[in-house]
Ligand binder design. Sequence first.
Ligand code: SF4
Length: 184
Amino acid sequence: MLLEKIDTFDIFRPKMDSSKEVLHAIASFAADISPSFPYVNAELGGWDYNQANQVLMLKLSDGKWITLHPHQIAMRGLRDIEEAHALLEWIRSQINDVYERRGTITPRYVSQAGLKIIEIMKLLPMTNCKACGYAACMAYAAALREGEISLQDCPPLWEEKYREKLEKLEAYLRSYGWRALDAD
Ligand code: SF4
């Protein structure tokens, strides 16, 4: 097991904005979990992976973030202490499980943060029709990059005349490990 023992787990209210009803938490340990990062990035769809500095950020669907460092796990936007413990146990088991299965996983060294809004826009219909609920294709492209919406939310993109753009956009997103935040 790569990460067995957590040495310290500090849960605190962020000093920068103590009025916010959220908690942050940092777990520290002696084990080096960085060998799991390319596999965790591939399996969980990391938001940003800095291989040189060994930092992997995971963006969760409800405004929470988990940042993995070689000897620390930092979590932001937690509701309460119970959630902090539950989330730590979840990510610890994910790290161990993914690392255990690493022989069957293709490691990923790029991440969603590498996606460019301008490149996404080039592959959209660019009619600003608002059918997606956004005022313009640019806003949709920004939300898509964040994983907050899906390709299905742009109905015109699925018309036959845009088939080539759709296929190229799917390939572009896939190449950066994109996934919608509410995806399984
Ligand atoms: S539905 Fe598609 S084409 Fe229409 S505004 Fe949204 S992104 Fe642009």
